[in-house]
Design a protein around this ligand. Structure first.
Ligand code: FAD
Ligand code: 2HG
Ligand code: ZN
Length: 468
């Protein structure tokens, strides 16, 4: 192993090969401390050629690699095994915006670019890069591509895969695939670009991407609403679309216990309603667009039909930011309740009501006092059905039952025609569960893809597909 480390130092510079335990710690665990591993070492290459050199060396040495971006993932995908045999390849030094083409509507970036920096680069030429996540100040484009990230504007703009035109990828044997094309139309065979999106670093390391930009949407109208039920939240979607059409950008749901967490953390409640469900609506359009009027008319109709109980509309950018915080800060705020058993499920939107009602009853039966903190992207049929322990229950005793609790959530989700990972990916956390729910045909096709691209099984092993 010493010779591999020496070779890595020679390839990318000794300063960029980390081996001290203190330096490795942050790369060996996820942001929540829910998944822990021990890297063999961490390398921080500065260019595509250096990533390729690293992977050629590890391939020859039979050493597995784990790509890592901002390490904000939810499923343990960027965390190495705990036996000290896997090399973490951090893309953190590769942060160059290579080109912005305002006319063609594209931006070409290194994979280590932070999402917020890409948004800012787009804004600097009066364009919008619409992927929007609570982690946007830390997560990277490579991680967004590898997880096919979703977020709060999917309703209008789609998931990350809808933003990607071309990729540059270092393959598991160290070859570089240059697919960095900015074509809108290219029917020349299998779509390799899409294959790497959502692959969670198991098929190769993304080093750069060509992404599409959208027209800027400076006109925004935002409301926080109180709702009578989840069924009302689902029914509100077609009503909002009727009034706002494609300008409807965000439709997010927040259950009262989730709201209570951010209020406890110091945020202001804009409504003081005793409703059980709340939501965040945003319309966006070009300068001069009638989004305020559209929102007002939509809310008027919603109140009249009983789908909305009460509403607060942001009257300034500061108020808008306040409403957004109520939604964006929940994930972080739930950490104050101790360990969270997270679920990221999607069902057809008409089944959301049944999902929520049946889960609440079954989980309470399984663990009296359990605290579901439910919120998410209701417009996409995607809920984060996250569980905190009953008051007074020991954290370890709660975590020990996480598999049983997750099975309850996932079984019902699948029964209702849903997915056990809507946007966070499988990582190591859900690889086995997903394989168990999928058909043998689907799993064997996925294994065939993995075998074709990574026959030695050295690219982020055990993620997406369980080992064995
Ligand atoms: P990492 O965590 O570093 O890695 C994630 C996976 O991608 C791993 O499997 C890793 O091996 C792989 N990977 C990373 N870089 C590369 C690369 N260059 N090439 C190949 N593989 C690579 N996610 C959503 O979808 N929607 C949300 O709304 C959302 N909100 C969030 C809010 C908060 C507060 C936090 C902390 C996270 C949130 N996330 C959300 C999850 C997370 O931010 C996303 O999954 C994000 O895309 C991960 O990017 P990253 O750079 O941090 O990737
Ligand atoms: C969100 O929508 C993120 O806020 C995070 O996807 C969800 O922490 C979570 O479970
Ligand atoms: Zn989410």
């Amino acid at each position: 192993m010493t010779s591999l480390l020496d070779d890595l130092r020679a390839a990318i510079g000794a300063d960029h090969v980390l081996t001290d335990a203190a330096d490795l710690a942050a790369y060996g665990t996820d942001w929540r401390g829910a998944y822990r591993g021990t890297p063999l070492a961490v390398v921080r290459p500065g260019s595509t050629a250096e990533v390729a050199a690293v992977v050629r060396l590890t391939y020859d040495a039979g050493v597995a690699v784990v790509p890592q971006g901002g390490n904000t993932g939810m499923s343990g995908g960027a965390v190495p095994s705990n036996d000290g045999t896997q090399l973490v390849v951090s893309l953190g030094r590769m942060r160059r915006v290579r080109e912005v083409d305002a006319v063609g509507g594209t931006i070409t970036v290194d994979a280590g670019c932070v999402l917020a920096d890409v948004q800012a680069a787009a804004a600097s030429v009066d364009r919008l890069f619409p992927l929007s996540l609570g982690s946007e100040g830390s997560c990277t484009i490579g991680g967004n591509i590898a997880t096919n990230a979703g977020g709060t504007a999917v309703l209008r703009y789609g998931m990350m895969r809808a933003r990607v035109l071309g990729l540059e990828v270092v393959l598991p044997d160290g070859r570089v695939w240059d697919g960095l094309r900015s074509l809108r139309k290219d029917n020349t065979g299998y779509d390799l670009t899409q294959l790497f999106i959502g692959a969670e670093g198991t098929l190769g390391i993304v080093t750069a991407a060509v992404l599409t930009l959208q027209p800027a949407t400076p006109a925004r109208a935002t409301a926080w609403v109180a709702l009578p039920s989840v069924a009302a939240a689902a029914s509100l979607l077609p009503l909002l679309r009727e009034y706002a059409a494609e300008r409807l950008t965000t439709w997010e749901l927040v259950a009262r216990p989730a709201l209570a967490l951010v209020l406890d953390a110091g945020l202001q409640d804009p409504l003081s309603s005793d409703a059980d469900w709340f939501g965040l609506i945003e319309l966006a359009g070009p300068a001069g667009a009638s989004v305020d009027d559209d929102l007002e008319r939509a809310l008027g109709a919603a109140v009249e039909t009983g789908l909305v109980l009460d509403a607060a509309v942001a009257g300034s950018p500061a108020q808008r930011a306040g409403l957004w915080s109520l939604r964006e800060r929940i994930s972080e705020a739930q950490e104050s309740l101790g360990p969270t058993v997270k679920h990221d499920v999607s069902v057809p939107i008409s089944a959301l009501d049944e999902l929520v009602a049946r889960l609440a009853a079954t989980l309470e039966g399984a663990m009296p006092g359990i605290r579901p903190v439910v919120y998410g992207h209701v417009g996409d049929g995607n809920l984060h059905y996250n569980l905190s322990r009953p008051e007074g229950l020991d954290a370890a005793a709660f975590v020990a039952r996480s598999e049983e609790l997750s099975r309850i959530v996932h079984d019902l989700t699948v029964e209702l025609g849903g997915s056990i990972s809507a946007e966070h990916g499988l990582g190591s956390a859900k690889a086995a569960a997903a394989a168990a729910y999928k058909s043998e045909v689907e799993v064997s096709l996925m294994r065939a893809v993995k075998q074709a691209l990574d026959p030695a099984g050295l690219m982020n092993p055990g993620k997406v597909l369980p080992l064995g």
